[in-house]
Structures are given as structure tokens and as C-alpha cells.
Design a protein around this ligand. Sequence first.
Ligand code: SF4
Length: 282
Amino acid sequence: MSSDKITYEDVVRSVVDLLVRAETRLPDDVTAALTDAHQRETNPTAKEQIKTILENIRLASERNAPICQDTGILIFFVEIGRKCVLDFDIRDAICDGVEKATEIIPLRPNAVHPITRESSGNVGVGLPDIIFDLTEGDRIKITVLPKGAGSENVSRLAMLNPSQVADIRRFILKTVVDAGGKPCPPVIVGVGVGGSFDKAALLAKRALLRDVLDMDAFEREILADINSLGIGTMGLGGDITALAVHIEYAHCHTASLPVAVNIQCWANRRASVELTVGDRVV
Ligand code: SF4
């Protein structure tokens, strides 16, 4: 399909396609990390659990069915090229796409009012969460990260004293220990260091978007520490509690040291789509 501008319908259709992909197919890097974990695991129970997870992933893809019954709340990262001219509210189009995908896939209606617990489907006040970034060029890139509650509920944030740099590692490990089997390990550990209270949390969430194998030496050290804890797959014991640790940094106030740890389950679902004038690139 070719047009001289990105339309409301282009965005709606792309969001539906994007959600189908994100909810039914795990990214290749995550599947590869789980396959590698299956080979390395020496605990027979954990090995069997990872095998079941891999079978689950295969069946979901074959049947176009959600990878997990908790299809998550939807977090969108939207990059908009500064040459893009949009004559509609892209937030409305994304919400429309979410509502259509909720019917088509289908997605579990996970959004509720925080006090009354009344359901609003998957769209509500502040949901889906949409984070915008301005970029160069004329493209829009939309990335979705469906986030289940099991892993989100055990995520933590600490406002450390600036003198507590050495405690960052301890806080990450304590968060993983306290989480135990609740976030469906093996997990991916996203960490945000610096910024402000909310910026640290956003950095930790963005860290989950990175390729699982993309880790520096410090991140690999912490990963080894986590995997020595013995929590194991689904908390049943074993060699592999986490697949990756990803840390993102931002400068912060001289009197602050915010640290956020956002835990992600093995179902590290994410997918992206790019739209540009004249064609659509997936
Ligand atoms: S934590 Fe992840 S794998 Fe476990 S139930 Fe929630 S979405 Fe599913």
C-alpha cells in the first residue's frame, strides 16, 4: 500500500499487526537465550521446565495464540521523525489498534480502575502507556512491550544516598531474591541508575528492550551473581535464574542516587514496526 502521508488507518492496522506478533511470537534473541539455558541447565526439574516453556513458545507461534494467558498491560515506545506531519492524534490511533487487537487475538482485558477495580478492557486512563521520543527523519517507529503483572509486581525502586554506589549491586540482588519464583524465571533484569524517581523507572523499563545477549562486563558479573542464587526456572531451583541483566544510566542530582529494578519474566515479549510515507516497513 502506498500513500503520500501516514494515515490514522495505517497506524491502527500497524498496531494490530504489531500486537499479534508481540503476543504470539517471542523475539528470536529471547528464544535463543532460553534454548541455550535449556542446554546449560543441570537441574533435571529446571531443565524439564525450560523444555515446557520452549514447547509453549512453539505452540503459540504455530497456533497464533498468546504466549501467556496474562497478555499484559501495553507499553508503547513511539519514535516520531521530526519531518513527519500527522493530521490526527496518534494516541487515538494506537488506542483504537489496541481495542481491535483485544478482539482479534484476543487479549485478556487487563486494565482496571485502581480503586474500584472496574474493567476498562485494555484502554483506560493512562493506558496504554505511550512514551514518545523525537528523532530525525520522516519515519514513525512503534515498539510495544506487553508487561505481565507477575514480574511487574516484584519490581522495586530505591532512592539511595549518593555514597551508596556499592549498594547498587546489593539492591539488584535483593530485588531478585525477594521476587523468588513469582516473576516466572528465568527473568530479564532491567535496571535504571540515575535520573530522577520516575526517570530511573523508565530507564529500567527501556533496558528490557535491549537484545538479551547485549551485555557489558559489569552486567555479566551481576548476571553470574544472580545465577548463583539457585532460585532457578519458575523458582524450583537450578542454575539459571536470569537470562540477562541490562543497566541504563542517566545523570542525576548531586544529592541523589535513584536505582530502579524492573523484572521481566521469560515471556519477554516485544515487537516493533516502522511506518514511513509512501510505504510501510515491518
Ligand atoms: S509473569 Fe510473565 S510468564 Fe508469568 S504469568 Fe505473568 S506474563 Fe505470564
